[in-house]
Design a protein around this ligand. Structure first.
Ligand code: AMP
Length: 285
């Protein structure tokens, strides 16, 4: 695996590969890699001749400077994991390399980019679109891999691909969420949890999982309220939002019959710092 920091160097490598008819998979990440990321990389390695993994902590998608400052940076360990997964290139540019001038573009795809995370983290999806579009232009992948962990991000990226006219050449591949044994969704931010915080965090998925059974005999509002109450009952956890939505449009669902595809998306603050954890559950698919 080659570690590349310059856009031109990566483009030269990929130009040669493309000329030989090789197909390229891209896995965008912000580093501090774990098994969730590894599952995306392994899938790309299986489905493409070349896999590029970007490791770039994108400042434009952080609306909270403290969150960016705290974010774990582990490039050496990331490279080891990527090598083990069979990635071809780790693309780890500096901020100046990715943004030689400020990115003034503004992306908005309402309603998918304006609800939930879009509403709670103003500018977040704009930053995601800025960096992901740049990566797509640089790498020109045949396939790009995204985790269902960030459910809403996939919906936004699909809109972005249409908007920048890449729908015919680029496939967005959705990959299932990977969890720790106790159910906690794997996340780079989990390493920031104290021992006590880590011990309570699995209550999030526990409440979500239990609510699937509960939903069989209760309406959407009752199910919503039970999840929020169950999680808020745990000292140290506080639900920021829980929304039961159509899995594609992300529009609120009021009755289970409203959509064939119903997902609950949640964000919970954990502990004193606090660390913001996200998760989801599928009610109907
Ligand atoms: P991040 O480094 O957090 O930006 O994540 C990079 C990619 O890995 C995104 O597409 C995430 O959705 C995906 N990802 C992160 N955690 C997980 C997980 N636990 N399971 C599956 N995919 C994940």
């Amino acid at each position: 695996m080659k570690v590349i920091t310059k856009i031109v160097d990566l483009q030269n490598e990929l130009f040669a590969a493309r000329k030989e008819g090789k197909e390229i998979g891209l896995v965008p990440t912000m580093g501090a890699l774990h098994e969730g990321h590894a599952s995306l990389v392994k899938r790309s390695v299986k489905e493409n001749d070349i896999t590029v993994v970007s490791v770039f902590l994108n400042p434009t998608q952080f609306n909270d400077q403290g969150d960016l400052d705290r974010y774990p940076r582990t490039l050496e360990a990331d490279c080891k994991l990527l090598e083990d997964c069979g990635a071809s290139y780790c693309f780890a540019p500096s901020v100046d390399e990715m943004y030689p001038t400020p990115d003034e573009r503004h992306f908005e795809f309402p309603p998918v980019s304006t609800v939930m995370e879009g509403a709670k983290r103003p500018g977040h999806f704009n930053g995601v679109c800025q960096v992901v579009s740049r990566l797509f232009y640089i790498v020109r992948p045949n396939r790009a891999y995204f985790g269902e962990k960030d459910w809403q991000q996939i919906a936004v990226v699909k809109q972005l691909v249409k908007f920048i006219g890449m729908s015919d050449s680029l496939q967005i591949v959705e990959c299932p969420i990977i969890r720790d044994e106790d159910g906690l969704a794997k996340s780079s931010r989990n390493s920031l949890l104290s021992k006590d915080e880590r011990a309570i965090a699995p209550a999030i998925f526990k409440a979500l999982k239990e609510s699937v059974e509960y939903a069989k005999n209760h309406n959407v509002k009752e199910t919503h309220d039970k999840v929020v109450a169950d999680i808020n009952a745990v000292e140290g956890l506080e639900v920021e939002y829980f929304e039961i939505v159509d899995g594609n449009t992300l529009q609120d669902v009021t009755n289970w019959e409203d959509s064939p595809y119903v997902v609950g998306c949640i964000t919970v603050y954990c502990g004193k710092t606090p660390i913001r954890l996200i998760d989801h559950i599928k009610y109907k698919e």
